[in-house]
Design a binder for this molecule. Structure first.
Ligand code: SAH
Length: 249
């Protein structure tokens, strides 16, 4: 079974949330969805499991998270125990590509990993296959706050080969896939900082402790340029949000 390359777990070693959301925004989303106790959730690419674990604590939902990272999956299980919800949520190490749950769920999510369905449309199709009739899907996805005017922006925003859209176009895309968009919670520049700027200190601390590691040169070079590039490009150009979708009858 494949595993997530180590560079990601180094960069995001202190992160509980591996996307531009804060704990408050996860909580806002949980409240906005009026989650009722016993809601069954499938979370594809669940990372360290913060969304499932805190929603289980706050709303008594149940769920399964699937993630390809052994490190993140182990951390998710630890977090579940820490929050006293290990009986409500389960974390499975596995490839989420093509993953369909055995029992239909009420809510199926793919937050910040739509490559598992080769894009937004494929991910909606994949989530649908696990959903009970009338269930809800959550997609976490970037969008352009401003149109990228050149290749430098696209590269700095890791948008090469991606088809990010401006927000209205992304919502139109969901509509075109047969979905009603029924809620959304968006990141903002401060919450992006919590995701990206937090990586710099993780990298620096790791470099101090692992100066001779084979990844040290790459990460030293990254730390030298990442803050300026982030401020110039990603922070200005890229938005991110979680969108709640329900199939139109
Ligand atoms: N949804 C989580 C994690 C987002 S980061 C959160 O919002 O915090 C992207 C995640 O996708 C990482 O945890 C990574 O390990 C996972 N991932 C990448 N490719 C995957 C695949 N093919 N199957 C399952 N998980 C995958």
């Amino acid at each position: 079974m494949a595993d997530l390359p180590r560079v990601f777990t180094i960069r995001e070693s202190s992160h509980r949330i591996h996307n531009p959301f804060t704990p408050e925004k996860i909580s806002t989303l949980g409240q906005a969805l009026h989650l009722s106790p016993g809601t069954r959730i499938l979370d594809l690419a669940s990372g360290t499991g913060e969304m499932l674990c805190t929603w289980a604590r706050d709303h008594r939902v149940t769920g399964i998270g699937v993630d390809i990272s052994t490190v993140f999956t182990a951390r998710a299980r630890t977090r579940a125990a820490e929050l006293g919800v290990a009986d409500l949520v389960e974390f499975v190490h596995g490839d989420a590509r093509g993953h369909v749950s055995d029992e239909p769920v009420d809510l199926a999510a793919c937050i910040g990993a739509t490559w598992i369905g080769d894009g937004v449309a494929g991910s909606v199709d994949l989530l649908r296959r696990s959903l009970r009739p009338g269930g809800m899907m959550l997609i976490g996805e970037p969008y352009w706050r401003r149109p990228p005017q050149d290749q430098a922006v696209i590269e700095a925003c890791h948008a090469e080969g991606e088809s990010f859209h401006p927000l209205p176009d992304l919502l139109e895309l969901f509509h075109g896939l047969g979905c009603d968009v029924v809620e959304m919670v968006l990141a903002d520049q401060d919450s992006w900082d919590r995701y990206v700027a937090a990586q710099w200190l993780n990298i620096r601390r790791w470099l101090d402790q692992n100066p001779d590691d084979e990844l040290a040169d790459t990460l030293r070079a990254e730390l030298a340029t990442a803050p300026v590039a982030y401020a110039r490009y990603e922070r200005e150009y890229l938005g991110w949000g979680v969108f709640a979708l329900m199939d139109r009858p």
